[in-house]
Design a protein around this ligand. Structure first.
Ligand SMILES: O=c1[nH]c(=O)c2[nH]c(=O)[nH]c2[nH]1
Length: 307
């Protein structure tokens, strides 16, 4: 049976690059995990093994580190844009570059209870603790003409200890779930949002500010929604971002329902007054959905993941 080559891409994955910027003796850290995927005229290397069109993955790794020096790392998105543009414009056979970035955030260590005494001391300026909250993600794709930037986050765990109910659902012969009028709602947010910046002709968003604002709106919507289901909360979270940020047209959310079950304390002669829960880790409900600006086309893949 004859065969033909289908979709293919290649590049160095998970380049862990850390850039220290020294502003006098005050240091700033950017800590990224960068994955490069290139595609284009790559039939020959697959069919015959000719490497004539192949920029080595080793070179793509070196480029990541060299660009950290040459261009700095202003934001994950800006860094990805520099890289994608470079690969597509410098090598004829490369027609498309996709750069995925995970970013780990570092916060300054405060070195005294009375912090004000130490402001200006060396410890504050160059000592950091890695932030335990979310991992920031971005994916930058360039085909020589159009850009697609999808940013987001994963591992951001949140909980409402009240203002959540779940009742009025379908009941069949297998249904045992009790209706809940005051339950815990907890989830670990995986979010991806697509920017409507697609060409060098348009003004580029402020990536850092956009991220901070999108995160703020997701969290505020989670906190402020009186929830009748996680689905309803998901829609509120997505639409809050779309309505507040004109640079974002599409939000995809994947929200595991981190179930907290009330423990039966009756056997011990104790009454559980919505106080003691068993935090189950699996199975979990998985609630996923896309929220779009009216009139735009959905482009974030249903199973979009970063790395
Ligand atoms: O918010 C929820 N949505 C569901 O679809 C669902 N299903 C379920 O068993 N519990 C919940 N909770």
């Amino acid at each position: 049976m004859p065969t033909i080559l289908g979709q293919n891409q290649y590049g160095k994955a998970e380049n862990r690059v850390v850039k220290i910027t020294r502003d006098g003796d005050t240091h700033h850290i950017k800590d990224l995990n960068v994955s490069v995927a290139l595609s284009g005229d790559m039939e020959e290397v697959h069919y015959s093994g000719s490497n004539a069109n192949v920029l080595p993955t080793d070179t793509t790794k070196n480029t990541v580190f060299a660009f950290a020096k040459e261009h700095g790392i202003e934001s994950a998105e800006q860094f990805g844009i520099h890289l994608a543009r470079h690969f597509v414009t410098s090598q004829e056979p490369i027609k498309r570059a996709r750069i995925r970035v995970e970013e780990y955030t570092w916060e300054r260590i405060e070195t005294s209870d009375n912090n004000s005494r130490f402001i200006g001391s060396d410890e504050v300026k160059h000592s950091f603790v890695r932030k335990g909250q979310e991992v920031r993600t971005s994916q930058i794709t360039f085909d020589g003409e159009n850009w697609e930037v999808i940013s987001g986050m994963k591992d951001l765990t949140v909980m409402n200890s009240t203002n959540s109910e779940f009742w009025g659902y379908v009941k069949d012969k297998y249904t045992t779930l009790q209706e809940a009028y005051d339950r815990i709602l907890a989830t670990t947010v995986q979010a991806a949002w697509r920017f409507n910046w697609t060409s060098d002709e348009q003004r580029m968003p402020n990536w850092e500010r956009s991220y901070a604002e999108a995160k703020k709106h997701l969290l505020q919507a989670f906190a402020e929604t009186y929830s009748l289901s996680l689905q309803q909360t998901l829609y509120q979270m997505g639409s809050r971002v779309i309505n507040s940020r004109s640079e974002i047209d599409e939000v995809r959310l994947s929200l595991p329902n981190k179930h907290h079950f009330l423990v039966d304390l009756e056997p011990f002669g104790l009454k559980n007054d919505n106080e003691v829960y068993f935090a189950a880790d699996r199975p979990y409900g998985l609630i996923e959905g896309t929220v779009l600006r009216d009139g735009v086309e959905a482009r974030i893949p249903v199973d979009h993941t970063n790395l």
